[in-house]
Design a binder for this molecule. Sequence first.
Ligand code: B1M
Length: 212
Amino acid sequence: MELLQQISDQLEKGDTVKVAELTSQAIEQKLDTRIILDNGLIAGMAVVGKKFKAHDIFLPDVLLAARAMYAGLDLLKPLMIEEGIPTIGKVVIGTVQGDLHDIGKNLVGIMLKGAGFEVIDLGNDVTPEKFIDTAITEQADVIGLSALLTTTMPTMKKVVELAKERGIHGKTRIIIGGAPLSSEYAGDIGADAYCFDGIKAVECVKGFVGIN
Ligand code: B1M
């Protein structure tokens, strides 16, 4: 079977060791870095995303696939930097101030990375100032806010307000996600979109940077 297809298949199975081995082989065979990324790793993750959406696989499978994706990405990263392969867009992501829940946010970050975006992960308990300062410095396309607590949801509004004050509202798009949130809430606070999960976040961010 073709090497890139094998990478995709093993990533889908979440086999970290095999993905690393096969990615190393592809590098040794001097396959184009972007092709290994697109037709091997990202192709595998796309299948995982579709299966997850269809409830054919579950969260632990996605996490295993994500770990395998990292094993391949770690090997490609130095080459991508060396070759200056551009990412398709930049996303600053974090869990809002006062909130320590970061599993969902990490998953969303992994899926965005898997889709080819550069993700700057600020972690959890992130202040509105930190989100906006980083987005400005890094010239981010999108800010991704996560909250799992009803008590921390209002902090998202502060981020949107600060984005307005600092003149980036509408230029840098803001997406929100997390169990207690909704599209209605996104509309109420002036965020650009509510994303139910990582798949939706990838769809939204792709839409914002003009990729379908
Ligand atoms: Co806490 N917790 N927790 N907790 N915790 C919840 C959220 C809770 C619903 C449990 C409950 O009461 N049934 C409840 C919130 C109630 C509410 O506000 N309505 C709660 C509470 C009350 C608390 C504490 C206050 C408990 C206490 O101390 N008394 C406390 C708060 C601490 C704080 O943050 N300041 C607390 C603490 C913790 C732990 C530290 C123990 C731990 C977090 C560990 C960690 O994240 N590193 C924890 C956990 C694990 C949970 C539950 C059990 C699981 C959350 C989780 O990781 N889910 C949770 C109950 C539950 O959800 N069933 C609960 C798996 C994850 C993949 O899903 O995070 O929803 P989720 O992410 C999804 C989507 O929401 C979405 O995509 C993800 C993937 O599908 N999404 C985004 C998330 N962020 C997104 C961003 C996007 C787009 C999509 O774009 C940017």
